[in-house]
Ligand binder design. Structure first.
Ligand code: URA
Length: 209
């Protein structure tokens, strides 16, 4: 069974509740998503490799650990992944970025790929895939299927919200990929939306509805 990390820190939970509100404005929704992503990054990147460098403080010489941000790749599933990507890049500005364009066929809910662009040498890099909603799991599974063809060093999946159906789909297709989420909601509705959820994340981030 793949790992599921529920990041239920009170600050994250508080901001998520505000985002769920139907009347949250586009700007506050986007700002809250950025803030939550930044907070989640601490947990997601907890095991990031570090190496020691020499440091001259005002008082003496020492060494200290630093990360190699370039070894990290945030892969945003378009378009809603952008909302999480921006927050994560605030804490690791040197990270590389990949994009996967997938849309859900409205009838079958199956993910169809229209864009795929990754940094080179993925086999030397750790990948964090970001998408706010792990709902049916179709997009997440398709994205990870495709990424695995590039053989990255590791893959993690980060979402804001998921549900038992999304977790089951990912765990059955990719049990080796840990999932990080701020909440696990009740279920999916007949259109593949998470309940109680927060509606269409892309529309809410970009104000397209
Ligand atoms: N995608 C969304 O944006 N919201 C959902 O509830 C499910 C999938």
């Amino acid at each position: 069974m793949g790992e599921v990390h529920l990041i239920d820190h009170p600050l994250v939970a508080h901001k998520l509740t505000l985002m769920r509100r139907k009347d949250a404005s586009t700007s506050s929704f986007r700002r809250l998503l950025g803030e939550i992503s930044l907070l989640m990054a601490y947990e997601v990147l907890r095991d990031m490799p570090t190496h020691e460098i020499d440091v001259q403080t005002p008082l003496e010489h020492t060494t200290g650990p630093v990360i190699d941000g370039k070894k990290l790749v945030f892969v945003s599933i378009l378009r809603a992944g952008t909302g999480i990507l921006d927050g994560m890049l605030e804490v690791v500005p040197g990270a590389r970025v990949g994009h996967i364009g997938l849309y859900r066929d409205p009838k079958t809910l199956v993910a169809v790929e229209y864009y795929f662009k990754m940094p080179t040498d993925l086999h030397e890099r750790d990948v964090v895939v970001v998408d706010p909603m792990l709902a049916t799991g179709h997009s997440a599974v398709a994205a990870v299927d495709r990424l695995k063809e590039c053989r990255p060093r590791s893959i993690k999946f980060v979402c804001l919200l998921t549900c038992p159906e999304g977790i089951a789909a990912m765990q059955s297709a990719h049990p080796d990929v840990p999932i990080f989420t701020a909440a696990i909601d009740r279920c999916l509705d007949e259109h593949g939306y998470i309940l109680p959820g927060l509606g269409d994340a892309g529309d809410r981030i970009f104000g397209t509805k």
